[in-house]
Design a protein around this ligand. Structure first.
Ligand SMILES: [Zn+2]
Length: 472
């Protein structure tokens, strides 16, 4: 049976589904205003690992993961988020519509997940398409006297209307003082904007300058707060009990604390049974931050010719609860291990078949069950790799079976391209048109199509047998 560290109880807890045979997981999803960096991806691996363990045990798993495409503000450290909407700010920078930006980075995110063998969520609601759910939830909170319309027309959660705020993070209300976070604006209590400094916005009035990503509601034209999105989508798609809620450790406060307050107040009971958080990832010993240029994307790994699953193996060599320092050396060494394993496994596959090596299977499954102790699981596999007393066929069967937990494509052919070259959208039509232009000896059209393809990053070469392409 799977055990995980529950941030709220601060203990390793046995994960027993509330409904027999079914496990529900809510994984806090990305805010789609930029490429996810590898630290974000390590967090998204967490729900995938839980899903794999539970599935192997015969549970039917449902993972819901939101796509935040509105309402996440630039400064999310304070209770009440401040600054500009991250999507709108990026849209301005890229001179595109907010929707274009959101869909572009959502696609990129899904591509990264598939390259890391992280199964996509069963349900992936977009915040911008779930506004009705949020309005319904906010209205319920107002009716229950857990929320109110503030002096500025925004709707706030009344933090003092519940008695266990701070259960996940330990940040109790009486310790949350007005101050640093709010120093840049007038005192929200004195101005009558909200009743208490620790109250946070559920629905924000848009003001005159914001024209995109706004909705008309009983409280005027505005947009949702980031925290309320996850409450509304989680309860709607998974019901009043969610077995496991995952996210990065930085979401513990205020995002998850606020989400818990909203969901529990609306439903009238504790909604999430277990809160599970993945620790920070450092790169080259430093926090990853765009401001310092210390950011590693999965594409950077691929650009070095390294299989993205080497990064997955690298993650598995550390426990999700440990702060991990990622380096190029570590990634390259994982890539070496991965290639060696695939090579050996391919050779073992040729040998006479034999039943699985039971002690290794048990060791690896137990390690996953014990709070996802993946480093221990990898050690057990390294031992089996070197143990020549175990028949080759048995080693093949064991690695092949356990890859259901690892997700490393261990029986994949060695030497297969890291990522198959794929034409960008629209390029095939241009290539077809160019081939036709050349048949028609329309050289001007052929040249201008070549230029259009170059803009898409596709380089065309001509030979006696026709045109061929490669990616720039
Ligand atoms: Zn969330």
């Amino acid at each position: 049976m799977l055990h995980l560290t529950d941030t709220r109880t601060r203990r390793v807890e046995k994960i027993e589904p509330s409904a027999p045979g079914r496990l529900s997981i809510y994984a806090c999803g990305p805010t789609v205003y930029r490429f996810a960096h590898v630290g974000n991806l390590r967090t998204f691996l967490l729900s995938d690992l839980i899903r794999r363990v539970a599935t192997l045990q015969g549970l039917q798993v449902t993972v819901v993961q939101n796509i935040t495409d509105v309402g996440h503000m630039a400064d999310d450290r304070g209770l009440d988020e401040a600054g500009e909407d991250k999507i709108l700010s990026q849209a301005k920078q890229e001179n595109r519509s907010a929707l274009d930006v959101a869909r572009f980075y959502e696609d990129a995110y899904l591509t990264d997940l598939s390259r890391l063998n992280i199964a996509p969520a069963d349900i992936a609601p977009r915040a911008s398409e779930s506004i009705d759910l949020m309005i319904e939830l906010i209205q319920k909170l107002i009716d229950n006297n857990n929320a109110y319309v503030g002096g500025d027309g925004s709707v706030y959660f009344d933090a003092r209307s519940i008695d266990n705020y701070g259960a996940i993070s330990g940040n109790k209300l009486d310790a949350l003082r007005p101050g640093t976070r709010f120093a840049i604006e007038e005192d929200p209590e004195a101005s009558g904007r909200k009743r208490f400094h620790a109250d946070w916005a559920l629905w924000k009035v848009a003001g005159d300058t914001r024209t995109q990503l706004v909705w008309d509601t009983p409280w005027g034209v505005g947009f949702p707060g980031w925290h309320v999105e996850c409450s509304a989508m989680g309860v709607h798609h998974l019901g009043e009990t969610i077995d496991v809620h995952t996210g990065g450790i930085d979401l513990r406060f205020p995002h998850h604390e606020d989400e818990k307050a909203q969901s529990d107040a609306a439903v009238g009971k504790e909604v999430v049974r277990h809160w599970v958080h993945a620790e920070h990832l450092l790169f080259d010993g430093r926090k990853m931050a765009k401001s310092t240029g210390n950011v590693l994307l999965l594409q950077d790994v691929i650009d070095r010719g390294i299989d993205p699953l080497a990064l997955r193996l690298c993650f598995l060599e550390h426990n999700y609860r440990q702060q991990m320092n990622l380096t190029w050396n570590a990634i390259e060494s994982a890539a070496t291990t991965l290639t060696r394993w695939r090579t050996k496994i391919a050779l073992w596959a040729e040998e006479p078949s034999a039943p699985m090596h039971e002690p290794t299977r048990v060791a690896v499954v137990d390690a996953f069950n014990e709070d996802l102790d993946t480093p221990r699981a990898i050690q057990a596999l390294r031992r089996l790799e070197k143990d020549d007393s175990v028949a080759a066929g048995a080693r093949f069967e064991t690695f092949n079976y356990l890859d259901r937990l690892l997700g490393l494509d261990l029986v994949r052919e060695v030497g297969k391209p890291v990522v198959a070259q794929e034409l960008p959208a629209g390029a095939q039509a241009l290539l077809d048109a160019r081939a036709q232009a050349r048949t028609d000896k329309d050289w001007a059209a052929s040249d201008s199509l070549r230029d259009e393809l170059a803009i898409l990053g596709v380089v065309v070469a001509d030979s006696t047998t026709g045109q061929s392409w490669s990616l720039a």
